[in-house]
Design a protein around this ligand. Sequence first.
Ligand SMILES: [Zn+2]
Length: 307
Amino acid sequence: MSIKLITHPDYSFDFPSRHRFPMEKFKLLHQYLQQNGLATDENTLRPGRAKLELLQLAHCPEYLDRFIHNKQTPQEIRRMGLPWSPGLVKRTLISPNGTFLAGHLALQEGIACHLAGGTHHAHRDAASGFCVLNDLAVAALGLLHESRRTTLPNPSILIFDCDVHQGDGTARILEHEPRVFTCSVHCDKNFPARKARSDMDVEVPRGTQDDEYLHTVKNAFLKAIDRSKPTLVFYDAGVDVYAEDPLGLINISLDGLRARENLVLNLCREKGLPVATVIGGGYDDDRAALVRRHAMVIEEAFRVFEG
Ligand SMILES: [Zn+2]
């Protein structure tokens, strides 16, 4: 049985190509994985639009209404960092369901990979930094909600966020939820200027290189597992830690990035922890190069779990 991959053709909609946010990367990532044989018709799933009741576990109804019906103020749109369009609404309402589905599949099969997600700056009542809805918080709260009547005895979810930016929205939304442990490993000098308090924050200094970074990630992950005793891990594999990413400030090489994905997934496998991966942030005008970086977490998932 092959690792399940989750994506949707509407993730990449018609979007200004010169915009800083590389909206076409979701489609290109799927195509790349089809070309190298990892994504097939059999192992690729297409999530539907998330129910409002699911989204409301993490977001306030007034904010959802303002976003969906284009009633945000100009300041709110600026903070979102993306131009509003019906296409944006459509993709935004599907993606949290993709991460939710990945969580479900990880619980059943040990691993699943969402070819999107990681919109960790989205707050309960506001978009921020290209993130409109917080898929990680929605998925975690959705699984907890279901666990009241189904599969998860004493659920404990670890959100391990290795995007170069702090998962501030995730931390704030889940601040008072003891069954979800948020751990963010991020660059201290980077966005957001005003940091939130995750259950565990690990700051990586500007300019950090592979060896020190990998050591930090390993220690952070082991400590987070020890503290949270998770029954499920969501792994945000943001690739903006890469040295040449325009929005990252730390110096991780391509080999270092691949080593990180291998390290995290290997630890999950060794410890028998179900893991759902999301791709997180990553920026580059060279879209093909960017997609090769985002593909690493999926390639390493296959190497670790099927190799
Ligand atoms: Zn980021």
